[in-house]
Design a protein around this ligand. Structure first.
Ligand SMILES: Cc1ncc(COP(=O)(O)O)c(C=O)c1O
Length: 384
């Protein structure tokens, strides 16, 4: 009997050690991790500099409270804001909480502009987290199932449909558009190149905030530090988590301009958010990304995957390959849910979403490891 609630159904494997892209199971077997704990461990498992930073800070000071000044938090806020061209940061513990902060900012923005019933536009197939506000924002009925009443103030429009958003121009109750630059949980859906630019234009014309959820796409995953940097835009609000802590729980909500001024004394908070341990770790993550040229590796490995995965099309079972940086989806022409366990048998960790195999390998993956991932997937498709 398990004392855990039944909301997860873990696979029959438990890992006790990790090193780079490799995980060691309890029985000593080695697994190749092409999922990074769902886009979290970008710098790989037990990265020596990250482990050293955690150990150093754990021995020095783990937690005080946001009632006192936290040195590393100030520095991290500054580094993130400078990197993203934002003004101010709030630290939370997860992606959902970072988005919750963004939603609360949009409410304050509404009330500051005398809008009594503020509505946020989000998209179908989106995923923004598991709190009540973020499941309401999420465009996926499965995530919302059983939790009614939801917050009703969200309109879900088709992703990558600029006209659908433009059609709401002039609606005085709308305060923000909240988007993932690339849909992650729905299987790496990459929009038109200028989608974010077009959406930002509509937002600016209507005084709506543009909130970008880069919980999955941020921190180097797409080959830029933030995915929206491909569009040369700056959103009003930007949320981060996952790769920011390389495994220690940290989320961040960054804001610019008016949106950065709305949280005032007492308007929001978090006991753990932005403690010395997580901030020191996140600072080290940013430092390693810069000093070890991680983004270059992402781009090089992305090009390698993009080229080598083409060969899978010969199986006749691949409908489409979607890739941006190291967010990869291989859509199959049939149900492929059984590939999850089949991959595990071959000691490869992947994700299946809908009819797609989704890969989010560590950003430090090398050519040999990428080659092994592709080879195993080719074998899996052969047997399907
Ligand atoms: C785009 C996006 N937003 C938000 C979240 C939620 O993050 P967390 O699970 O840390 O709350 C996720 C998690 O998968 C995500 O991919």
């Amino acid at each position: 009997m398990s004392y855990l609630m039944a909301n997860y159904s873990p696979l029959e494997v438990s890992f006790v050690e990790g090193n780079g892209c490799m995980l060691t199971a309890k029985n000593g077997e080695q697994y190749l991790d092409a999922l990074s704990g769902v886009g979290v461990v970008g710098l790989g498992h037990s990265h020596p500099k990250i482990s050293a930073a955690i150990a150093y800070q754990a021995q020095k000071l783990i937690h005080t409270s946001n009632w006192y000044q936290i040195e590393h938090q100030q520095t991290l806020a500054q580094e993130l804001c400078q990197a993203a061209n934002m003004d101010k940061a709030f630290f939370a513990n997860s992606g959902a909480e970072a988005n919750e902060a963004a939603i609360k900012i949009s409410r304050l923005y509404a009330h500051a502009n005398n809008i009594k019933n503020p509505i946020i536009i989000t998209t179908k197939q989106s995923f923004h987290g598991r709190t009540m506000a973020t499941i309401s924002a999420t465009g996926n009925a499965k995530v919302q199932d059983g939790f009614a009443p939801l917050l009703s103030e969200f309109i879900h429009l088709d992703f990558n449909d600029v006209a659908a958003i433009a059609a709401h121009s002039g609606n005085k109750n709308i305060v923000a558009v909240m988007l993932e630059p690339i849909l992650g949980e729905s299987g790496v859906i990459v929009p038109a190149e200028d989608y974010l630019n077009q959406v930002q234009k509509i937002c600016q014309a209507n005084n709506w905030l543009l909130i970008l959820d880069e919980v999955q796409t941020g921190i180097g995953r797409t080959g830029k530090l933030f995915a929206h940097q491909y569009n040369n835009i700056t959103p009003d609000v930007l949320t981060l988590a996952k790769g920011l802590g390389n495994g220690v729980p940290i989320g961040a909500c960054l804001a610019k301009g008016d949106a950065a001024q709305l949280f005032q004394l007492g308007s929001h908070g978090s006991t753990f958010g932005g403690n010395p341990l997580v901030c020191k770790t996140a600072l080290t993550v940013l430092d390693v990304i810069k000093k070890d040229n991680i983004l270059e590796n992402v781009l090089a490995m992305s090009a390698y995957f993009a080229q080598e995965l083409q060969a899978l099309k010969r199986s006749g079972k691949v409908v489409e390959i979607r890739i941006k940086g190291l967010m990869i989806a291989i859509e199959i022409n049939q149900d492929c849910s059984k590939l999850l366990n089949a991959a595990l048998q071959k000691r490869l960790l992947i994700n299946i979403t809908g009819r797609s195999i989704r890969l989010l390998p560590p950003l430090i993956i090398n050519k040999k490891q990428a080659g092994s991932v592709i080879k195993i997937i080719a074998e899996l498709l052969e047997d399907l």
